[in-house]
Design a protein around this ligand. Sequence first.
Ligand code: ADP
Length: 388
Amino acid sequence: MSPGEGRDEIEPGLLQVNPFCVQPLKSGKHQLPVRCPTLRATLDAVDDGMLAADVEGRLAFSDRRACEMAGLDPDCNGCSHLSDFGLPALEQLHRQAVASPDRLLVADLAFPRTGVFCEVRMRAIVDDSGRTLGAVAVLKDARSKRMYDRLKADLLAAVSHELRTPLTSILGYASLLLDAGDEMDEEDRSSCLQTIETQGKRLLELINDVIEMGKLDSETLQLKKETCAAGSILEDVASDIRDGHHAARPDVDIVVERAEDDDTVCDALRIRQAVSHLLSNALRYSPPGGKVVLASRREDGRVVIEVRDQGPGIPPDKQGHLFEKFYKVEPPGEGRSGGTGLGLAIVKRIVDLHGGQVFVESALGKGSVFGFTLPAAETKPETRDLAA
Ligand code: ADP
């Protein structure tokens, strides 16, 4: 009997020579279980599915992932042939691989039982004498890749759409000015120029936000974390706004409520950026003479930062989408907010990078609370004056 043939257990020596030689392909026996625990664990640890079949399509092995993708028993019980995977395209790919042993074949396939979409890479198994023994396939779950491609396409479409609106307006008003020449009166001319300026600023704001989002999404971003009091960040942001460093609403009262012991470990500049976004939204949606509260406190070992306003509130069905890129809710009766729809996505990204969570509480007609948690700094143990 040749090594491994007709046995349920694998000879240890055989595995050292070729760890994949679990059930020799020339064997007449086509049972599937991978019997070596080390090999089984290795295959299970890999996120991709793997299988091998002889030239007739009889399975030599199939790991747990491949069986799960196909909707089969994870141990591949009752499954002995490629046809058991219920995917004729897989069998066809196998026939092609066996017929052209030099080629690596790659195809996108979907398993009908589970709907799992995967990228299959298949190649013939050839022995030392050049004889084709079968084919091996790696099945890569392509749902995440597909989702990523779709997200990228959606993002591109959203950016292009957002850029086109102000740009169209700028070009329209510029040609109006050019066509009218000296015939346009001073008031109309200045109104056109004002629109061009406003739309130009909007375009710049959008481009800045997209660049910022790109920086925050980049894997190389390094946070400069230090211990600092959340309340002092709130004070800084509030006084920047009051001093007019950002678009201000002088009619809205900005109040900071800080609790003691609100030290957090964070990149203070990034957290300032997040709070500024929340504050400018709160100001934008505040009613004339309204009040915005910036609050910090310690809760369950974390620091909570909140921005509360008395604005129109957000309908419950819209709240789940607020932190998505380019998502905008038009407040009832308020018309277009003119923002980029990226502000809250930027806030969420900054908070994610700190290991915190964002949240929103809002009631129509009453106002909104936008906030996030941050890890609290370790509290210093109380020191006792032993000399006393
Ligand atoms: P934008 O730059 O357009 O404001 P954001 O991501 O900051 O983008 O906000 C997304 C949407 O959430 C906004 O279009 C607005 O409709 C809504 N929103 C954000 N903050 C508030 C708030 N404080 N009150 C009411 N609606 C808000």
